[in-house]
Design a protein around this ligand. Structure first.
Ligand SMILES: Cc1cc2nc3c(=O)[nH]c(=O)nc-3n(C[C@H](O)[C@H](O)[C@H](O)COP(=O)(O)OP(=O)(O)OC[C@H]3O[C@@H](n4cnc5c(N)ncnc54)[C@H](O)[C@@H]3O)c2cc1C
Length: 396
């Protein structure tokens, strides 16, 4: 058995844990990240990759003033990392799928084409830049589908590429394990023993602080550490998938009757080489209550109506399920990031992928306040990159 002493242990390697790993390493802490499965398994790999700037949250039927205010600086913050102007993490190697998103107002229902139907004007006032009317400059298939189309500067990134970029600078600090147990000293967690996935080697890491960024795994970790309290809520989604190379590239949200009924992002299936649309929004929030076959039938009929300019005749359809793990908030989207401290344990939820940088900033400040001592540690092992597969890889 090997024993290692570090300053901080992070449990869970999704966007939150990996972003924090970069930030704390740059601050001079010796830190390891322990991952139970593959990086991003659970939520990050399922994410549509939209770096929200708040527009989705000022659509009247989804109005969340708190969330809109919290995320409004995120597109600019991510642009700085993606251009390499801001480091830790340096995301200049990350390819941007789209620099902006569309909001298109559906045809044929309610007060169509009226700006106020699509966006709360009070909410728009909270955001950094107004949506731009691009109705006359979008491709014909989209123009044919919509009453009015706006563009907002919210970039879209690929979740798998993001996980790779976030992990690549600190691979030697990432360990994949099968089983875990915690050791307490004077009522505080002091060490964690893990069995490495590849070698089966038992390693015991000791640290001053433990950061829980395991998404849906946070609850079981808190309990395994000996604390009974409820630390999270789970909100399920059943996303709709469409596959076919005839699909156009689309990133954006369809607004119908004051609601964001469908959010569409375009991806690639690495197994088949085909394009895949990952469709969320209201359709997925209600979809988890539906039988997958019913969701496909009704979802397809809706999409054919909302995107009448798209030819769906050569497409295949499927669904996948995902669980959103967040701090408890009456089953509603919490407004910002969340960090709950229990002794020397910090239970973290970014709430949205887009807000991972804010979570990392807050953790850096908190650990300074906690006077966590920084020690030098050279990580000489090679490390490996194991990113979770996309949820659509085995669907078509
Ligand atoms: C379908 C879907 C679409 C989304 N789209 C967007 C979007 O477009 N934009 C946006 O901003 N947000 C989006 N989100 C939200 C976003 O994905 C999440 O807020 C974010 O990815 C959460 O990251 P995380 O690192 O906290 O958790 P996760 O990504 O779930 O990562 C947790 C990690 O911990 C590991 N783990 C689990 N249990 C343990 C354990 N016991 N010990 C150690 N490790 C463990 C997991 O394997 C995983 O690697 C979406 C979410 C879903 C579900």
């Amino acid at each position: 058995m090997t024993e290692k002493e570090v300053d901080i242990i992070i449990l869970g390697g999704g966007v939150a844990g990996l972003w924090i790993l970069n930030a704390l390493t740059a601050e001079g802490y010796s830190v390891v990240l322990l991952e139970k499965q593959k990086l991003g398994q659970g939520q990050t790999i399922c994410a549509q990759g939209i770096v929200h700037g708040g527009f989705k949250y000022v659509v009247p039927g989804k109005y969340r003033q708190g969330t809109a205010s919290e995320v409004r600086n995120m597109p600019q913050r991510w642009r700085e990392h993606c251009s390499g102007q801001r480091k830790n993490p340096d995301l200049s190697g990350l390819q941007i799928n789209s620099p902006s998103c569309y909001f298109w107002l559906s045809k044929g229902r309610g007060l169509r084409g009226v700006f106020e139907e699509a966006f709360s004007t009070v909410g728009i006032g909270l955001l950094n830049s107004p949506p731009v009317d691009v109705t006359d400059s979008v491709p014909l298939w989209l123009k044919k589908s919509a009453a009015k189309i706006y563009a907002v500067p919210e970039q879209v990134i690929d979740s798998s590429a993001l996980l790779q970029e976030l992990a690549k600078f600190n691979l030697s600090q990432i360990y994949y394990f099968d089983s875990v147990s915690f050791i307490k000293e004077r009522d505080r967690v002091r060490s964690v023993s893990v069995k490495e996935q590849k070698t089966g080697e038992e390693i015991t890491f000791s640290a001053q602080a433990f950061l829980l960024t395991a998404g849906i795994g946070n609850q079981e970790l808190v309990e395994a550490m000996g604390y009974p309290q409820t630390v999270m809520q789970i909100r399920p989604l059943r996303q709709l998938l469409v596959s076919g190379n005839g699909l156009p590239e689309l990133w954006g949200h369809c607004i119908d009757g004051g609601k964001a009924v469908a959010s569409v992002t375009t991806h690639k299936n690495p197994r088949t080489g085909e394009k895949v649309w990952n469709i969320g929004g209201e359709i997925a929030e209600n979809g988890y209550k539906q039988d997958p076959e019913v969701l496909i039938r009704e979802g397809r009929a809706l999409l054919e109506k909302l995107l009448s300019g798209v030819d769906f005749s050569q497409t295949k359809w499927s669904t996948f399920d995902a669980l959103r793990a967040e701090e408890p908030n009456d089953n509603l989207l919490p407004s910002g990031v969340s960090i709950r401290q229990i002794e020397n344990i910090f239970v973290c939820f970014p709430t949205k992928m887009a807000m991972a940088p804010v979570l990392a900033d807050q953790i850096v400040l908190l650990l300074e306040k906690e006077h966590i001592v920084k020690t030098e540690h050279i990580f000489e092992r090679k490390g490996e990159l194991h990113v979770a597969p996309y949820p659509w890889e085995d669907k078509f």
